[in-house]
Write a protein that binds this ligand. Structure first.
Ligand SMILES: N[C@@H](CCC(=O)N[C@@H](CS)C(=O)NCC(=O)O)C(=O)O
Length: 221
């Protein structure tokens, strides 16, 4: 008998969107374990599952997986007839992983830094760190805008782990540092991601939590 997959996280948490998108893309059944003050048992569990207590984490019987990209990779083992998020061809897989890293490190991370700073007390804020994060987003947006020329998806000509990484990163990054209409390729790619049913679903599931966004959620997706 196979065990129920359990995903620990919060619907508003950007890194949790990545495996959620993969789960919805591949129609893999799972139980969502909400990590919030109303679920102290789940908080205790995630504290043990993840090195820093951060989410997501996946539990499959005795197997415990942390780190969003590893969770997505693990999910490829389920629903064998659905297209994997990591392409089977090693060269394609490398390209998809590389672009996932680009979105994680150069879009998601600076976005998190800006949001994290806004959650601090005024006397604990790091103006230089925030300025550096905005500068990193500028450079990354330009690079991505040129890289995405003539492409529907970030790698391999189809939806992969790279797009799972891109969706939350670009969704929230555009809120803190607008992509702008002058970066047409990147803006169109973000819109394409948001039109994808798996991504639209995570955006909708997170909608009730928008009042918690420390910089004020804009009145748009
Ligand atoms: N490298 C991790 C990053 C995880 C991460 O930053 N998670 C955030 C949510 S988006 C978190 O748990 N924040 C709550 C906290 O730090 O207490 C991954 O890829 O899963």
């Amino acid at each position: 008998m196979t065990s129920t997959l359990e995903l620990y996280g919060h619907p508003f948490a950007s890194f949790v969107w990545k495996p959620l998108i993969a789960l919805y893309e591949r129609n893999v059944p799972f139980a969502f374990r909400m990590v919030d003050p109303d679920h102290p048992d789940n908080r205790t569990r995630i504290a043990a599952l993840s090195p820093t207590g951060q989410f997501p984490a996946l539990v499959d019987g005795d197997t415990e997986i942390t780190q969003s990209n590893s969770v997505i990779e693990y999910l490829d083992l389920h629903r064998g007839n659905a297209p994997p998020m990591i392409p089977a061809d090693p060269r394609e897989a490398l390209g998809a992983r590389m672009m996932a890293d680009v979105f994680d490190d150069y879009v998601h991370a600076p976005m998190q830094r800006i949001v994290g700073d806004a959650l601090r007390q005024p006397d604990e804020r790091d103006a230089r760190g925030v300025a550096d994060a905005h500068a990193m987003l500028e450079r990354s947006y330009d690079w991505l805008n040129s890289r995405l020329q003539g492409k529907d998806w970030a790698a391999c000509g189809r939806f992969t782990i790279a797009d799972c990484a891109a969706a939350p990163a670009l969704f929230y990054a555009d809120w803190v540092h607008p992509i702008g209409t002058h970066r047409g390729m990147l803006a169109a790619y973000r819109a394409r991601l948001l039109a994808r049913p798996s991504v639209a679903r995570v955006v909708d599931e997170a909608r009730p939590y928008r009042p918690f966004f420390p910089l004020g959620a804009p009145d748009r997706d």
